[in-house]
Design a protein around this ligand. Sequence first.
Ligand SMILES: Cc1cc2nc3c(=O)[nH]c(=O)nc-3n(C[C@H](O)[C@H](O)[C@H](O)COP(=O)(O)O)c2cc1C
Length: 436
Amino acid sequence: MAAKPFHLGWFMNFTPGEWDHPLAAGGSPWDGRFYVDMALALERACFDYIMIEDTLMVSEAYGDSAEAALKHALQVPKHDPCPLAALIAAATTRLGVVATMSTLAYPPFMLARLCSTLDHIAGGRFGWNIVTSGEDTAAQNFGLDKLPPREQRYEMADEYVDLICRLFDSWDPDAVVMDRATHTYADYRKVRPIHFEGKYFNCRGPLNTVRSPQGRPVFVQAGGSPRGRAFAARHADSIIATANGLDGMRQYRDDVRRHAASFGRNPDDIKVLFLVYPILAETDAEAHAKYQRMISSPAFIDRSLAGISSITDIDFSQFPLEEPLPHLTTNGEQGSLDKFAQWGSGKTLHQLAMERFEAAEPGLEFIGSPDTVAERMGQVMEAVGGDGFLISTPFQRTSRRFITEVTEGLVPALQRRGLTRTAYTGTTLREVLREF
Ligand SMILES: Cc1cc2nc3c(=O)[nH]c(=O)nc-3n(C[C@H](O)[C@H](O)[C@H](O)COP(=O)(O)O)c2cc1C
């Protein structure tokens, strides 16, 4: 039986990239060209989309100081994803371009307008990664004392998304007539105010941009909590996810598919992509040596703990390294915390920090030659049921070398097995996602 193909995305951000490795010369990618080159490589490899992550703060979560975040360039400096999305969209023709924008930060009208503008620049290949922000320091950059609790953030986000969908629909598909005989650009009867009055947001409308090529951009989301999963199942075209082990992955996907069906959606219209960190080399032994070199570097534990502190708003410098963690919860990224902490494993914080980028369950370490990792990815997808992977690199230290290992090594190995596409058929990002 022919293999069932799966989807590929890449999870990155507009940060310095790999800069102090012997085979990388990054560190100042601020004109965007490095990431445009990267996007072209992903397009040659027929990725569904490049996803530009974003957060809106300089984290002081680790040790109550910004020292580790800045020293290790962990999530900071981080430049705005939207201008980069426009550059990438202009340089590519088939690759989907997804940018993260927080419902905490943008007034809905501005976000809808920006999405619509970017979807036009991208010719219908733009996606919005919907986040509600997860850090008090981000909330404080927008005049709040702290982040609203998760339930309320999602309640606000539900209303937010309803509002912007109304804005996207405030222009009929045939509103622009460009009738030379009557000198009419747009038909005023086909552009309507929305008069939205909600609990959190009011907006008059209509949007002042032409209806976007996809009607609305692709929605991407990463809900981890039960409430977050329900939100994602209701709105998302693609879900980006972390889960513990094969069982966790299967349960996560089944859960969002069940929710989607209960909202009257076709579960196949939602592609769940699981975050993975492949470590590749010519041979399995070399890849394992490379992995060992990475985790035994002197800064690894500090980076690992500062990184998880930054996305959970929990100070991991307060816990003894050689003891198991107490049970913790967060108003930030609970899913990432659960994956990191491997609750019930009895592992010490030191072990957990070492294993941050390796899945807890044997069979989920994507370390090896391209053929070894491709084979494993195929097996995992078969066990999970679909829909694909979101490739990334530890600490977002992206380098040309790593991009080449994936796009010229791993992807061809996947393609040889019939596991990923060898050509694009669809034009818009939504079509590409729904191709299989
Ligand atoms: C793969 C992945 C990517 C994410 N990207 C972002 C991001 O760019 N910005 C952000 O603020 N949060 C990001 N998050 C956090 C999610 O938006 C969400 O808050 C998190 O998964 C926790 O889910 P919950 O809010 O349902 O608890 C990401 C999470 C995952 C798993």
